[in-house]
Design a protein around this ligand. Structure first.
Ligand code: FES
Length: 149
């Protein structure tokens, strides 16, 4: 009986520790966005993170390093309208209330500037000819390999 209690409490403690300290908290992976040649200088594209977060990825300079690109939330921090890259004006713009952000996502005009609201920035990296974005592991879902029909 003592052995059974020890095993039972041990299993309970193991589950409790895994619940309190999940292994994937704070970990991230790099997810494919596009090939480098798919974005020309001053072009942008919409990207959806596995979490559902909407991102605008823009190429702001020549070169094949991650510094030539930027990934910012395309959701305006004011009231949530869609922000887009305006290469001509070298800024991100929100048409709802004329909110504007500089090329790095800092607020410059409109309500976001008044409230000092920045666009959230996502880290990018380049691997060969691939542009990658950092994604938290807990936002990635793994498809069920078993499959049920
Ligand atoms: S929602 Fe973007 S400026 Fe108001």
């Amino acid at each position: 009986m003592l052995g059974g209690l020890t095993v039972g409490y041990g299993a309970f403690a193991s589950y409790a520790i895994r619940f309190l300290y999940p292994a994937n908290v704070g970990k991230s992976i790099w997810q494919f966005v596009c090939t480098l040649d798919q974005l020309k200088v001053n072009e942008s594209m919409a990207f959806t993170m596995p979490s559902g977060a909407k991102v605008v990825v823009a190429r702001q300079a020549e070169g094949d390093s991650a510094e030539a690109f930027i990934a910012l939330s395309s959701v305006c921090p004011h009231l949530g309208c869609k922000v887009h890259w305006e290469a001509v004006n070298d800024r991100f713009f929100c048409p709802c209330h004329n909110g504007a952000f500089d090329a790095q996502g800092a607020p410059t005009e409109g309500p976001p500037a008044s409230a000092n609201q920045y666009l959230t920035r996502f880290p990018l990296s380049v691997e060969g000819n691939l542009l990658l974005i950092e994604v938290p592991v807990n936002a990635v879902t793994v498809p069920d390999a078993g499959g049920t029909a």
